[in-house]
Design a protein around this ligand. Structure first.
Ligand SMILES: O=P(O)(O)OC[C@H]1O[C@H](O[C@H]2O[C@H](CO)[C@@H](O)[C@H](O)[C@H]2O)[C@H](O)[C@@H](O)[C@@H]1O
Length: 418
């Protein structure tokens, strides 16, 4: 098994591509961010001076580039009889979907691929099942989404893989029928594996309902250090983070010790006020999205990520290397890319990226926002011809949406539940 921990230091990672100020800090890194931007593994701190950030510039130049290589979309408005252009943002998004087609529009293609296969569904939480909101404690999923996920899980093994702590994401989702992986897959509670001896730190345990499960925590040796970092950051936030008026980003760095992390953060963020620190058990998130949609994360340097968590769960479910299994992973941020990549590289399944802005991804398909990913109603249907009870997904907003009627529809559904 390819699980290596070469360092005992945690990593601070962030997605901002800004580079105004550089402060070198020792370390080996894992480049993680929540915003989908890739960055080079160099060490520096970046402190942009003004809002809006460079992301806006990048975005607008990207849009300009797309626009100039696209046909002009003009339309005449009936009322004013004046010419108006299609909104630039929509146009850019529209162009992007040539590369990452909408999972809704491509349902037939997905359905074809799923024929005769068992689907295994992996879902990210923030930005996928819940909308992104300012306060991380208020990222609630809607009841409709919960009901949809519950229904999906009746038919397909379904797991949530989140950067949150496993307990926290379970608290939000509240469905006992799912498998949960927290801390970006570093804390997995899954089905009892046929053999857990090949994974260090994989133990038998019981879940909240007393059911026997496997608990895999590949980063458990980092726990004391992460706790220390969390305590330091918590103190820092209480004292100096009051009201954010300027914008500082630690692009990414890691240190010999959490004390160094703490000292660096004090220095970098002394003018920043109002941020919020979240303990995700094996990771610590420092939120400063009130300046921009950013989160800084401290996590162990460990060759373990959401892609590995998908593989681990597939293996635990006895679905690994099975030709008749189609894993689907839905996620929205940089950490989900590891899972998309695993599915794409092995030609095993489909990643679906939830994004309202164009960005490079290893996913195959896209969805615009969590509202579009509403698995709404999935209900058993009785086929009028064969009288078998079938599995139905036929509502407007669903990645698995189907509007088939008649035989084709039933044939597809039958193969799904076969
Ligand atoms: O893997 P995920 O389930 O997507 O979790 C990733 C991070 O999500 C949360 O932060 C993000 O959502 C917050 C609530 O909408 C938002 O305020 C923040 O700006 C986003 O980055 C969560 O709070 C983090 O701990 C997770 O790592």
């Amino acid at each position: 098994m390819d699980l290596k921990s070469n360092h005992t230091s945690p990593v601070l990672a962030d997605s901002s591509p800004m580079n105004n100020t550089r402060l070198g800090i020792h370390s080996a890194l894992l480049p993680y961010s929540h915003n989908g931007s890739a960055f080079s593994p160099t060490l520096f701190l970046t402190i942009p001076r003004r809002r809006p950030g460079i992301l806006d510039d990048v975005r607008s130049s990207l849009f300009d580039a797309m626009k100039s290589s696209s046909p002009t979309h003009n339309k005449l408005t009936k009322e004013s009889n004046t010419e108006t252009t299609l909104n630039d943002v929509d146009l850019a998004y529209c162009n992007w979907t040539f590369k990452y087609p909408s999972a809704l529009a491509s349902f037939e293609q997905i359905a074809n691929k799923a024929k005769g296969k068992r689907i295994a569904l992996f879902l990210d939480y923030d930005g996928t099942l819940s909308p992104i909101v300012d306060n991380p404690d208020h990222a609630f999923m809607s009841n409709a989404m919960r009901a949809a996920v519950k229904n999906v899980a009746k038919y397909f093994p379904t797991a949530i893989i989140s950067g949150r702590s496993r307990d926290k994401v379970y608290e939000f989702v509240g469905l006992t029928e799912l498998y949960y992986a927290g801390s970006h897959g570093m804390d997995i509670m899954g089905p009892v594996r046929p053999s857990s001896t090949d994974y260090k730190n994989c133990i038998r345990s019981t879940d909240k309902q007393g059911k026997e499960v496997n608990l895999f925590q590949p980063a458990s040796e980092f726990l004391p250090m992460i706790d220390e970092v969390y305590n330091c950051l918590g103190l820092l936030c209480n004292t100096s983070f009051r009201e954010i008026y300027s914008f500082s980003i630690v692009k990414m760095f890691s240190c010999e010790s959490s004390i160094q992390v703490f000292k660096s953060l004090v220095e970098i963020t002394k003018d920043i006020v109002g941020a919020n620190v979240e303990n995700n058990k094996f990771c610590v998130s420092v939120h400063y999205r009130n300046v921009d949609e950013k989160v800084l994360e401290v996590r162990p340097v460990l060759n373990w990520h959401k892609g590995k968590a998908v593989e681990f769960l597939l293996e635990s479910l006895g679905l690994m290397n099975c030709d008749d299994v189609l894993p689907i992973y839905v996620g929205d941020d940089r950490t989900d890319e590891d899972a998309f990549k695993v599915l794409r590289e092995g030609n095993r399944g489909y990643g679906i990226i939830v994004s309202s802005v164009p960005k490079e991804s290893n996913a195959f398909y896209s969805l615009r926002d969590p509202l579009e990913f509403n698995l709404k109603i999935i209900e058993p249907i009785t086929c009028t011809t064969c009288e078998k009870t079938l599995f139905g997904m036929h509502v407007k907003y669903s990645i698995l949406e189907t509007i088939f009627v008649g035989d084709t529809y039933y044939a597809f559904l039958e193969s799904l539940v076969a």
